[in-house]
Design a protein around this ligand. Structure first.
Ligand SMILES: *Cc1c(COP(=O)(O)O)cnc(C)c1O
Length: 462
């Protein structure tokens, strides 16, 4: 009997050719890109696992919805449909479309956060961190203790450390608490319903609003359905509805579990805040009924939000990620355990103990996966989260050195996933030969996107 949990729950109606390259071509392309995978041309990549953001395939119903887009500047029918779908799902009164999740973050934090305040979160995503720091405030990560142990099989490693949350609320001026579902930077790990309920009651005691960074709310709901006591009989949709209703609002990138190629939303129950956010939206994004999106985008996103909680889709999604993690583990490459919802996180520190963190072992691994097989992942380690040392101090390094292989939604087939597994096996078999990198050029914010690197020893005489 074939395992029905792993076949793709869709068939393919429109295809896009892949372009194959040789190792020599990839070496040239990566050198020209300053050894930063973000600087590559996408056509020089064979399997692109850089991100699951905006890279998904839309369904026939989404494409049909695109044709129904109402492009009226104000009061478009497509906005009404979008707002209704988001409100039904979340229960929030105010639904403000934005072009991406980070636009929602920027507006929310600009309205809610001032200098010297502290915003706790299980783990801030890079854009939420940057937007909070841009306000002169501190983005505080307070993941649960199990999150630090990448090998631990704890089911809800995205949970917030409740004692640390109490401490933060006692010791600091906290304008809002954020919880990221699933915890992207922490390995795509889910947050339990029990933990969210506790966070809610703590926030109530301190009279502090609670917001979700809800980019992967459907994957999080699936994990609650599959793993949490008493939730097995509830559908992912029902669980998601309860999760949103535990909070006062959310920022959400709709490029993930919105099944969209572009889009975001800021939603809240706070009337006064919503009015201020809408004003700011007009300044930088667009009129409140389109927020920088076309009517057709709003239609596709509304349809995507209805499709994403399909249990057959979520079962296949999570199973595919686990399957790739099993392939890596079988090749001797440890991964963050248990596998997350949208990506496999390879533990580069464990695979490459000879490369110290300030020589960017995760970047070394990510680059070799590209050179070996044209597979593009992303470093989540010291390049992304470290900080340049000041006053002659060494660089601050990140707690983990991971390579994230994110799976676009409904894009690659089982044989593509098997191919990625083979590339991992090939790189792992010569791990000792990999060398580290140094940073040649970096900007002040979000340095991993644009930094230029240099392989250590590259310019040395042979
Ligand atoms: C992608 C993402 C964001 C930012 O959303 P964009 O649409 O890329 O601007 C914020 N938080 C999390 C957890 C994300 O994954």
């Amino acid at each position: 009997m074939p395992d029905r949990t792993i076949i793709e729950p869709f068939r393919i109606k429109s295809v896009e050719p892949l372009r194959f390259t040789t190792r020599a071509e990839r070496e040239e392309a990566l050198a020209a890109a300053g050894w930063n995978l973000f600087n590559l041309r996408a056509q020089d990549v064979i399997i692109d696992l850089l991100t699951d953001s905006g890279t998904g395939a839309m369904s026939t119903d989404q494409w049909a919805a695109v044709m129904r887009g109402d492009e009226s500047y104000a009061g478009s029918r497509s906005y009404e449909r979008f707002a209704e779908v988001v409100s039904d799902l979340t229960g929030y009164r105010h639904v403000i479309p934005t072009h991406q999740g980070r636009a929602a973050e920027r507006i929310l934090f600009h309205q809610m956060v001032v200098e010297d305040q502290v915003v706790p979160n299980n783990t801030h995503f890079d854009t939420t961190r940057a937007n909070i720091e841009f306000q002169g405030a501190t983005a505080l990560d307070i993941p649960c203790a199990e999150a630090a142990d990448v090998a631990s099989m704890a089911p809800f490693k995205g949970d917030v450390d409740l004692d640390a949350l109490e401490d933060a609320l006692t010791d600091h001026d906290v304008p809002l608490v954020m919880v990221t579902i699933t915890n992207n930077s922490g390995g795509g790990q889910p947050v339990s319903l029990a933990n969210l309920r506790s966070v809610r009651s703590i926030c109530d005691r301190y009279n502090t609003p609670l917001y979700l960074d809800a980019a992967r709310f459907a994957e999080n709901a699936w994990f609650i359905h599959a793993r949490e006591d008493g939730c097995g009989d509830r559908s992912p949709r029902e669980i998601a509805e309860e999760v949103f209703r535990l909070t006062d609002g959310c920022t959400m990138s709709l490029k993930k579990d919105g099944f969209g190629n572009i889009g975001g939303v800021l939603a809240t129950n706070d009337d006064d805040l919503a009015a201020r956010c809408r004003t700011e939206l007009i300044l930088t994004e667009g009129f409140p009924t389109y927020g920088g999106l076309a009517g057709r985008d709003l239609e596709a996103l509304a349809q995507g939000l209805l499709e994403i909680t399909d249990p057959d889709y979520l079962r296949y999604r999570v199973r595919t990620v686990a399957y790739l993690a099993e392939k890596a583990n079988a090749a001797g490459v440890p991964t963050v355990q248990p596998p997350g919802g949208h990506a496999v996180y390879l533990d580069a520190a464990a695979l490459l103990p000879h490369i110290p963190p300030h020589e960017l072992p995760a970047q070394a691994l990510a680059n070799e996966l590209y050179l070996d097989g044209g597979v593009r992942g992303v470093e989540i380690g010291t390049l992304m989260f470290g900080r340049p040392g000041t006053g002659g101090q060494p660089d601050e390094v990140a707690p983990h050195e991971l390579v994230r292989l994110a799976l676009p939604r409904r894009v690659y087939t089982q044989s593509h996933v098997d191919y990625v597994g083979e590339v991992i096996v090939s790189v792992a078999s010569r791990a000792e030969s990999l060398r580290g990198y140094r940073i040649a050029e970096q900007p002040r914010w979000l340095r991993h996107f644009t930094a230029r690197l240099e392989p250590i020893g590259y310019n040395d005489p042979p």
